[in-house]
Write a protein that binds this ligand. Structure first.
Ligand code: ADP
Length: 483
């Protein structure tokens, strides 16, 4: 099968969240199974700096009145995966992350940038960009690629690949004024409530949902949740209509990067048979974060974007109350500036037990996963979530909310049932600080029962969320699409 993956971020080249992890891992696994998989992404400045000279270049016809651009062929680092980069310097050769300026604000021309990206993907899907290669399956991811299925809908079905649109987060919709629709010169028939229009605006995400041959999202529970008003972000009706073409496939984990026995970024390797290394990681993390060195105290970790989705505000509210509990807390994150400032102030004030590190730090993320005892993830919604799966692998029991991929990957401990042989973490139902505190206290109590805790750790570490199984589900879906 020829498969083209399109995404706005791909690990290890550029990452702001789980989307990049998926787009850097799944293609590798599919290629290893004998498929011709290629990736197409924008050539951001920082990505070009990480890659060697391109193997080939393919000039593109300029947009009307636009600047020249080209596709560069390269390889995804440490793989044999062909990688095509859309080199349109006027759109992508900028400092900052894929979507925003260094000051954190979105680029004002994101609609034009990703609109152009979508057009080039559609041309590539029709073998019109000189690659002399055409995919059977075009796998689009999130709103930045949402227009592609709409652009391909008028192509005769024999000339175009089948399209799969994967939702990694329904909350990010790519909404732009109607004027962008005109600027991009999109076919007039797309502008309707049954098309790309969403309350008078152009929605890239809705375009993907309406026009893709199939839709998937990154966990079975989230696939159900997004068809309800509570989680559908206004698109629940569209998703209900397409429910026979909507599937939830859980993300896998790249255990080459996230494995406590071979992780080069952590202080000491460990396994479920020999947990002594885990304690070494804990002591090293305490030292690195400037916390008192103490193997006995429960060390709690949290990593993620500082946005309400992740329930970071629930945790923030609790911090003063946690002061008298026998714990240490380490938070790594960036995002909302106000939350960053409040966490930084508390970190100063409560430095004997709480440290906050702002910014994006891959190494520290690994060291927190390895060194913490408990990982907090009280998300209000969570399409899949990866950190709780990394936590399982590192024997760091996740305390999560019963939603989306968290519900699909963690088995919550309950004192009323005999859970020792199956529980892999702790689970709360409500997104409230009160529930979080109650469950945290329960976790603290279980932590004191060393044997029980160890059993839970071993249960967690025995779980396998490798990509093989998820890749099989994607391949089944691709085959269904081609049948
Ligand atoms: P989302 O995609 O909603 O941000 P996921 O849990 O699916 O959440 O994936 C987040 C990924 O980004 C994980 O690999 C996590 O380790 C990483 N990550 C998030 N914030 C940071 C940070 N500040 N530093 C390092 N890694 C981070």
């Amino acid at each position: 099968m020829n498969i083209l993956f399109c995404a706005s971020e791909v690990q290890p080249l550029i990452k702001t969240g789980g989307l990049a992890d998926v787009c850097g891992s799944l293609p590798k696994v599919l290629q290893a199974q004998g498929h011709d998989v290629r990736i197409l992404m924008p050539a951001y400045l920082s990505v070009l700096q990480k890659l060697a000279k391109p193997l080939q270049t393919f000039p593109l016809a300029p947009e009307s009145g636009g600047e020249p651009s080209q596709l560069l062929e390269s390889r995804l680092p440490d793989t044999e995966l062909p990688l095509y980069l859309l080199d349109a310097p006027h759109y992508f050769a900028r400092e900052g992350n894929p979507y925003g300026q260094p000051n954190g604000e979105d680029w004002p021309d994101n609609g034009a940038r990703f609109g152009y990206f979508c057009k080039v993907i559609a041309q590539t899907a029709l073998n019109q960009t000189g690659l002399n290669w055409q995919p059977d399956i075009l796998h689009c991811n999130d709103w930045q690629t949402g227009l592609v299925p709409a652009l391909l809908q008028s192509a005769p079905s024999l000339t175009r690949p089948k399209t799969l649109f994967t939702i990694h987060n329904l909350a990010y919709q790519g909404l732009f004024p109607q004027s962008l629709f005109e600027y991009l010169q999109l076919p007039a028939e797309l502008w309707s409530i049954a098309g790309v229009e969403f309350y008078g605006q152009l929605s890239f995400l809705k375009a993907g949902l309406v026009y893709a041959d199939w839709i998937s999202t990154v966990s079975p529970t989230y696939a159900k949740e997004i068809q309800t008003t509570a989680f559908g972000c206004g698109l629940e009706g569209v998703l209900q209509e397409r429910s026979t073409r909507l599937r939830g496939i859980l993300n896998g984990v790249d255990y080459d990067h996230w494995h406590p026995e071979k992780d080069a970024l952590i202080a000491a390797p460990f396994s479920s048979e020999d947990l002594s290394g885990k304690v070494k990681n804990k002591l090293a993390l305490q030292k690195e974060m400037g916390l008192p060195i103490n193997a006995k105290v429960m060390l709690i970790g949290n990593i993620g974007r500082l946005v309400p989705q992740k329930g970071i505000d629930l945790l923030l509210e609790l911090i003063p109350a946690l002061k008298d509990r026998p714990i240490q807390l380490v938070i790594l994150g960036s995002g909302n500036l106000e939350i960053e400032q409040e966490l930084a102030a508390l970190s100063e004030q409560e430095s004997s037990w709480f440290r906050f590190h702002t910014g994006y730090d891959e190494g520290l993320a690994h060291r927190i996963e390895a060194g913490a005892d408990l990982f907090l993830m009280p998300s209000r919604f969570e399409p899949c979530g990866l950190n709780q799966i990394y936590s399982l692998a590192y024997g760091t029991l996740p305390l999560v909310r019963n939603t989306g991929g968290l519900a699909d990957t963690v088995i919550g401990w309950s004192p009323t049932k005999r859970m020792e042989n199956i529980a892999t973490g702790f689970m709360i139902n409500d997104a409230s600080s009160a529930d979080l505190l109650t469950m945290l206290d329960l976790a603290i109590a279980v932590y004191k029962r060393t044997d029980t805790w160890k059993k839970l750790v071993i249960n967690a570490m025995s779980k396998d969320y490798s990509w093989d199984q998820s890749a099989r589900h994607y391949l089944d879906l691709y085959r269904e699409l081609l049948a």
